[in-house]
Design a protein around this ligand. Structure first.
Ligand code: TXA
Ligand code: MG
Length: 363
C-alpha cells in the first residue's frame, strides 16, 4: 500500500491526486478522507471494482454502499425521483455529513445497493474527497475504510493498521473533523426517516423538513424490529474489550465509576472513557487504578467528544484493555449519534443469545 500525504489547500494541482483518480478509473480501490470518517472508494458504476471493497473489508454482501458525488446534478443522475425534500436537504446540508436514500436508477450495480431498489447518496464536504471525486470523473461508492466490525477510521493511521497491504493507495489528510459517520435519511417513505443517526442531527433536520421520524431500529430502543438500514443489524464499532456504560449526572457517573475501580480485580486491564468533568471527579487514588484514561474533552463541547470516540475505542484495543468504563451522554444533538455508536460498541453484552437484543445478528 502506498501512502500519500495531501495538504487540503494544494490538492487541485496535486500529481498524486491524479494518480489516485487514475487508479479509481482503472477499477481499483483507494482509501480517502472525508469530514466524517475515512472511506474506501471505488467507481460506483463498476461492479467489479465495488466487489473489491467487500472483499477488502470482509463486509457482508447484503450491506449496501453509500455513493459519493461532488455535484448536485451528479446525485440527481443516480436516482429516479428527486423529491422536494431532497432539494431542501441538499440545499441546507450538502456538502456535508448527510446521506439520502432514494429510488435508484437501473444503471447502479446491484452490488452497490445490496439488492435493494434504493441508493444512498452523499456529497461530502472534505476538500480532498470532493477533489478526488471530480478528478476520477465518476461517483465513488465508499463505506468506512475499516475492517468490518471495527470502529470506523478517523485518521490515516487507523486505515493503515486495518488495510495495509490490502489496497494500492491511502490518501492521508490528517484527522476527520466530525469523527462519526453521516446521518442516513430515507426519503422513500411518507415521512423522512433517520435510519442511522450521524453528523447532521435530528433537530437540524426537523428545523428544515418539519416532521422527521427516527427508525426504531436506529435508536436501539425497539431492537426486535428488522432494521431498514441493513448495516444497522450488524455488530459494529466494537473494540475487543467489554464496555460498561454509566448513566446519571456527572457526579453520579463519577461516583459509580469510583466504586467500580476500587473493587476491581487488578488483573483485569481497565480503561476509563469519559468527559473531562467526570474524570476530574474520580478521586486521585481511584483514577490511578485505571490502566488507561481517555478523555473525550469537555461536556461543553460534545462535537469534539464525538470526534474522539472512535479514536478512544481503538486505543483501548492497542492497550489490550479488557473492560472499558464509558459514560453515557444525553441523546440529543450529536449525542444521539454518539450514544448509537457507543451502545453498538457495547454490543457484546447487548446483542446475541441471552442478551437484551436477542434478534440482532452478530458478525
Ligand atoms: O460518513 C459516512 O457515511 C461514511 C463516509 C465514508 O462517507 N461512510 C459510511 O459507509 O459510513 P458505511 O458503508 O460504513 O455505512 C453505510 C450505511 C450502512 O448502515 C448501510 O446499511 C446504509 O448506509 N445504506 C446504504 N445504502 C442504503 C440503502 N439503499 N438503504 C438503506 N440503507 C442504506
Ligand atoms: Mg462502516
Amino acid at each position: 500500500t502506498k501512502r500519500i500525504r495531501l495538504r487540503s489547500d494544494s490538492i487541485i494541482q496535486d500529481k498524486e491526486l491524479q494518480e489516485a483518480a487514475a487508479l479509481l478509473r482503472q477499477g481499483e480501490v483507494v482509501a480517502f478522507p472525508t469530514e466524517t470518517v475515512y472511506g474506501l472508494g471505488a467507481n460506483a458504476l463498476d461492479s467489479e471494482a465495488c466487489a473489491k471493497i467487500y472483499a477488502v473489508k470482509g463486509r457482508p454482501s447484503d450491506n449496501p454502499l453509500i455513493v459519493h458525488v461532488a455535484a448536485l446534478d451528479e446525485a440527481q443522475q443516480l436516482v429516479r425521483v428527486w423529491p422536494p425534500q431532497a432539494e431542501v436537504c441538499a440545499r441546507n446540508f450538502w456538502p456535508g455529513p448527510l446521506t439520502l436514500v432514494l429510488p435508484k436508477r437501473a444503471h447502479i450495480p446491484e452490488i452497490v445497493s445490496g439488492g435493494l431498489d434504493t441508493v444512498a447518496v452523499r456529497m461530502p464536504s472534505h476538500p480532498v474527497a470532493l477533489a478526488l471525486i471530480e478528478a476520477a470523473g465518476c461517483p465513488l461508492a465508499a463505506p468506512s475504510a475499516n475492517i468490518s466490525g471495527k470502529p470506523s477510521p478517523t485518521n490515516a493511521e487507523h486505515v493503515w493498521r486495518d488495510l495495509k497491504g490490502k489496497i494500492p493507495l491511502l490518501i492521508d489528510a490528517g484527522s476527520c473533523t466530525v469523527g462519526l459517520e453521516s446521518t442516513v435519511l430515507d426519503l422513500t417513505g411518507e415521512l423522512p426517516t433517520i435510519l442511522r443517526p450521524g453528523g447532521i442531527t435530528l433537530e437540524q433536520l426537523r428545523a428544515v423538513l418539519g416532521k422527521v421520524e427516527l427508525d426504531r431500529s436506529a435508536d436501539q430502543g425497539q431492537p426486535t424490529v428488522e432494521p431498514r438500514s441493513p448495516g444497522m443489524k450488524y455488530r459494529h464499532y466494537a473494540p475487543e474489550g467489554e464496555i460498561i456504560l454509566f448513566s446519571g449526572s456527572t457526579s453520579e457517573k463519577a461516583e459509580k465509576m469510583t466504586k467500580y475501580l476500587r473493587n476491581k480485580n487488578n488483573a483485569v486491564r481497565t480503561a476509563v472513557l469519559c468527559l473531562e468533568e467526570t474524570v476530574a471527579r474520580l478521586t486521585g487514588d481511584t483514577a490511578g487504578k485505571a490502566d488507561m484514561i481517555f478523555t473525550l474533552g469537555s461536556r461543553n463541547n460534545l462535537d469534539s467528544a464525538a470526534s474522539r470516540l472512535f479514536e478512544g475505542l481503538r486505543l483501548c484495543d492497542e492497550q489490550n484493555i479488557d473492560t472499558i468504563l464509558a459514560e453515557e451522554i444525553a441523546e440529543e444533538g450529536i449525542g444521539l449519534a454518539f450514544m448509537n455508536r457507543l451502545k453498538k460498541a457495547a454490543g457484546k453484552k447487548n446483542f446475541g443469545p441471552g442478551s437484551r437484543y436477542p434478534n440482532l445478528t452478530e458478525t
